[in-house]
Design a protein around this ligand. Structure first.
Ligand SMILES: *Cc1c(COP(=O)(O)O)cnc(C)c1O
Length: 402
């Protein structure tokens, strides 16, 4: 087993991101395979008892058990860490396993967490319902209000948590500003970077301490497997994460890690294409009869356009817009679409559309949804890889039918 046999890690670090996503992290077996191997194995054999002893002591760097680490998972982790500019990455079975582990590994009874209110539903469950069961208090704030983060800080505050852009209203949170408040409070900032993808936003460079992904979304990008990733410093790994992952076992399946690893090779191409289509569609939708507000971070009418330009390298692959006629209008529109399919998922090669008020945000009261800016006519479109003109035709035809 060897690292990428021609390029040293130092040389790989000098390569441009697209190249690192193809060449980075390769562990080539003695067979010299071109494509990264899928190591479907639970365990590893040792040449001698002495070698087994050394490996358990941490003096021999090989593998011990796939719950701890696996060569295919390691290739995926190294490659994503190279892209993100993180010291280390650890893959998990799902995005939620990554979020839960990133929080629980470092928190204990008596600690306090501050989180933005606009969170992926399951993340809100972890913060609002799971952590308090273990005596970990949480305060939810309007993430766009920097003074609110500051005001929520207590002596026991250990973690700040946010996602940006948020789901489904594509509101942005100023990551650099929140990171400053976190730093002053002695808390670590954890950013869920799923909506921006690693191509378009680098939270670590903006001052965040830990980045988490649902690799299920754009990293797979073809709607096949679940996985998650935590990116952090060597120190955080050693102090908190490593032992937590090893002993509690939210490990990624080697097969899923392999799918994600190969997904990274095409991530720049896919995100670039989906994003170009999303930006074009946002412009085409604005002003169409039957469509109300159009929300897209890189449109000049987005309330946080300046922040989007500063913090993101593009507007992303999602467009949110309002259909006239509330829920009934939105349902008629969704049901008329033929190329774009109805699904709560996102980040797929296939364009997917969801009606947040009756699906992902169903459990909130109408008042809570209104406070989050989610109207009954609002739909969220995850733009895939189809030709942008076919997507435009599908939407225009469905609007006419409505
Ligand atoms: C999908 C998603 C998650 C959860 O990821 P899974 O892989 O489904 O567990 C967390 N955060 C955000 C923003 C997501 O979109």
């Amino acid at each position: 087993m060897s690292q990428n046999d021609k390029l040293t890690p130092a040389e790989i670090a000098q390569l441009r991101p697209d190249t690192r996503l193809v060449q980075g992290g390769i562990l080539r077996s003695p067979f010299g395979e071109t494509s990264e191997a899928l190591f479907l194995t639970q365990g590893y054999v040792y040449d001698t008892a002495e070698q087994a002893e050394a490996r358990f002591k941490g003096e021999d760097p090989g593998f011990i058990y796939t719950r701890y680490s696996n060569p295919t998972a390691s290739m995926f982790e190294t490659r994503l860490a190279l892209l993100e500019g993180a010291e280390v990455a650890r893959a998990t079975a799902s995005g939620m396993a990554a979020v839960t582990a990133a929080l629980l590994c470092q928190l204990k009874t008596g600690d306090h967490v501050v989180a933005a209110r606009a969170l992926f539903g399951s993340c809100r469950y972890v913060i609002e319902e799971l952590l308090p069961r273990f005596g970990i208090a949480a305060t939810l704030v309007d993430g766009t209000d920097i003074a609110a983060w500051q005001a929520a800080v207590r002596p026991q505050t250990k973690v700040f948590f946010l996602e940006s852009p948020t789901n489904p209203t594509l509101e942005l949170i100023d990551i650099a500003a929140v990171a400053q408040v976190a730093k002053a409070a002695g808390a670590l900032l954890v950013v869920d970077n799923v909506f921006a993808t690693p191509m378009l936003q680098s939270p670590l460079a903006l001052g965040a301490d830990i980045v988490v992904y649902s690799a299920t979304k754009h990293i797979d990008g073809q709607g096949r497997c679940l996985a998650g990733v935590i990116l952090c410093s060597e120190k955080f790994l050693a102090d908190h994460l490593q032992v937590f992952l090893r002993q509690t076992g939210p490990s990624v399946s080697p097969f899923n890690a392999w799918v994600m690893l190969k997904g990274l090779e095409t991530l720049p191409l896919r995100v670039e294409r989906s994003q170009a289509s999303a930006a074009a569609l946002a412009d085409r939708f604005a002003g169409l009869p039957g469509i109300g507000k159009v929300i897209y971070p890189y449109r000049a009418d987005h309330p946080q356009y300046e922040l989007a330009k500063r913090q993101m390298r593009g507007g992303g692959t999602l467009v949110t817009f309002e259909i006239a006629g509330g829920k009934a209008g939105a349902f008629r529109f969704l049901n008329e679409l033929k190329v774009v399919r109805i699904s709560n998922n996102l980040g797929d090669a296939k364009s997917l559309i969801t009606h947040p008020a009756t699906t992902t945000h169903q459990r909130f009261t109408p008042e809570a949804r209104a406070e989050m800016g989610i109207s009954d006519g609002m739909v969220r479109l995850s733009v895939g890889l189809e030709h942008v003109d076919d997507l435009t035709d599908d939407v225009t035809r469905a609007l006419k039918a409505v």
